[in-house]
Write a protein that binds this ligand. Sequence first.
Ligand SMILES: NC(=O)c1ccc[n+]([C@@H]2O[C@H](COP(=O)([O-])OP(=O)(O)OC[C@H]3O[C@@H](n4cnc5c(N)ncnc54)[C@H](O)[C@@H]3O)[C@@H](O)[C@H]2O)c1
Ligand SMILES: [Zn+2]
Length: 383
Amino acid sequence: MPYVFYLFYLSYVFYVLLCELCVTKQIIMQTIQLADYHIQIGTIQASLSTFLKQHVFSKIIVLTDENTEKDCLPLLKPTLPIDFQTIMIPAGESFKNLRTCEIVWNALFAAGADRKSLLINLGGGVIGDMGGFCASTFKRGMPFLQIPTTLLSQVDASIGGKLGIDFGNVKNSIGLFGNPKTVLIDPLFLETLSEREVRSGFAELFKHALIHKAKFSIQDLLQAFQGNRANLAPIIGDSLLVKKHFVEKDPFEKGIRKALNFGHTIGHAVESVALETDKPLLHGESIAIGMICEAFLSYQITGLSASDLECIVHTFLNMYPKINLKLFDYEQLIRIMQQDKKNEGTAINFTLLKKIGVSSINHTANAAQIKESLDFYAANCEY
Ligand SMILES: NC(=O)c1ccc[n+]([C@@H]2O[C@H](COP(=O)([O-])OP(=O)(O)OC[C@H]3O[C@@H](n4cnc5c(N)ncnc54)[C@H](O)[C@@H]3O)[C@@H](O)[C@H]2O)c1
Ligand SMILES: [Zn+2]
């Protein structure tokens, strides 16, 4: 009789181990290894429980905004220890500032967090950038985990170590470089994201296809946009590999990493000005405008062909809202561009394209050329 019991017991243990192996294989689809941490794409319950089994923390605190608390936190709850705490802040770029940091730091003190506690940043790029900044400066640094929940944050903000907040009306002007313990990406979070937000995230995917030889083309991206969001995992992985290529070669943006800035010099300025109006633009929407203007500068300065320019203009004008740039104060936009951290002296630094898939860093354009590129965008929008 005991033998029969042993046989049963051994088969049960074997069965459990086999299940665990199969499940882990199926649900962690891709691991991207960087120098100091890794990114895992797969089911959040699997990747988070594996992570929590491998580390010990004195406390676990989850930072959410009002939307991710409602839409994303329920997916994590079954995997988190019963005594985890949450900090909830208002959603949106307009709260990515020092005042909200104070709320987070106060809440961390109130929760009794120390340098052995873990802050889980559950949200889009705002939560990731600001939560990472708050964690890195709290008691000179506590560990943090990034769980990006927007497409934009999954393909871009989650990798590269840039953390920070907006100050004055200059985006990301206060911050630092710092790495999370790890980044866990689950495309399932995208199910609750608005179409506008998904569209905005696609702008960074397009950027990656424009600046480097990606595994996907602009056509592939247009097709993927029409498809099921749950199927975006391979494209998210391939896109992260493009960013990894630049980030690993140049972690502190001294050279080649500036390629990732394509569309952002003008895009950030447009985003900053729009933020002050009653019609703020999303990050991706702003950089889509920036990419059209900077493609025009590329046509003039780095020899981008007319057909590549036409393809870029056509793609972005079809995909993103057309903004009446004539209502913007060009001088104000240029003043904001002059504040860009990538500038040296007074010259405004641009990453431009030689052709689709090949970028070229460290170009400058003067005020007249920049205004011409803004006029080019305006002329191509039918008003
Ligand atoms: N660090 C970097 O390298 C880097 C790169 C690119 C962008 N960024 C920054 O990222 C920010 C933009 O990020 P974003 O577009 O993710 O904006 P965001 O964080 O404001 O999120 C957009 C909106 O979606 C909501 N949301 C998030 N996940 C959701 C989900 N799964 N379901 C439903 N709603 C959800 C949020 O509450 C918010 O209202 C900017 O501040 C930008 O500067 C940083
Ligand atoms: Zn961006």
